[in-house]
Ligand binder design. Sequence first.
Ligand SMILES: NC(=O)c1ccc[n+]([C@@H]2O[C@H](COP(=O)([O-])OP(=O)(O)OC[C@H]3O[C@@H](n4cnc5c(N)ncnc54)[C@H](O)[C@@H]3O)[C@@H](O)[C@H]2O)c1
Length: 305
Amino acid sequence: MEDLRGKTAFVTGGASGLGLGIAKACAGEGMNVVVADLRERAIEEALPQIDAPRLGVKLDTSNRENYKKAADEAEARFGKIHVLVNNAGIACAAGPLWAVSPEDTDFALRVNTVGILNGIQEIVPRMLEHGQGGYVVSTASKAGIIPVPGCGLYNMTKQSVVAIMETLASDLPEGYGAAVFCPGPFVTNLGRSDAEIEMELRGSPSRRPAPPDGASPPPPPPADVDFSRIMRDPAEAGLRVVRGIKRGDLYIFTHAEFKPGYEQRAGAILRAFPADEPYDGFPRVFGMLVNNPIFDRQAQVPAFG
Ligand SMILES: NC(=O)c1ccc[n+]([C@@H]2O[C@H](COP(=O)([O-])OP(=O)(O)OC[C@H]3O[C@@H](n4cnc5c(N)ncnc54)[C@H](O)[C@@H]3O)[C@@H](O)[C@H]2O)c1
């Protein structure tokens, strides 16, 4: 989607952190911006920072009826939605999967996975109906491609977002596209805003398992490390997302440091295939199982700047 000017972006979790960075970058492209977030006070603080025709809507992405109302409000104001950014998410209770509670498991799936599906199911049909083209970006995480030990709920939900977006990209017609945004660490309110979200949606904070005996906080970074190159500014995330939409990317990554870790994972998967000679009759019968052409469409991404 090369020309975003005059089009409308609907950004969930748009009142803070990465979502706000994305909302500002969309404004920078001349788009109308809908900031959809559960936290009203955060919306009020965010809106003046967005230099564009803008609308704040209170939305719980995990609530389907709520979603319909928010999408109706956005269309009433701007007519059509062209870009959906499913960005709202929570950090999830940490701990080994056998120790997290069933309630925390349901809540992680509800916000981080079902919330994304609700956006797709409510807004993509509207985008298809207007016929002007569109793009859907969903925020996963680097945990969606390299799981972080001890963060099973987060890994599970973020890998589900990767699968959802790869499938959406496979299914959308010409003129429409989908990307999964897999950021590394950014300076946001993740973790802090979770407490407010949890109190509003379930009336209590998640029960975080106690750290293992002897666990201590990580040591401070060495003096010669530029921490801003590790924990980055959400403005950069916004620019990367907008660039990905304009280029038609399927994957939007932020930190080149994760490439070797992904190569390690891909290598492990490749090594695990049986050494048997593949049967050439298989792709002739079930071609759609052995190959998906969307992967060939991901182009080399130039350096940022
Ligand atoms: N910050 C990071 O380092 C990082 C890294 C990888 C992925 N992410 C992902 O980025 C996304 C944005 O997080 P962030 O880091 O900007 O955090 P943030 O807390 O600053 O922003 C998240 C926003 O989402 C909103 N939100 C949460 N649940 C919601 C719901 N059910 N309905 C509507 N709004 C809801 C919150 O109110 C908040 O304003 C999340 O999906 C997170 O998992 C963050």
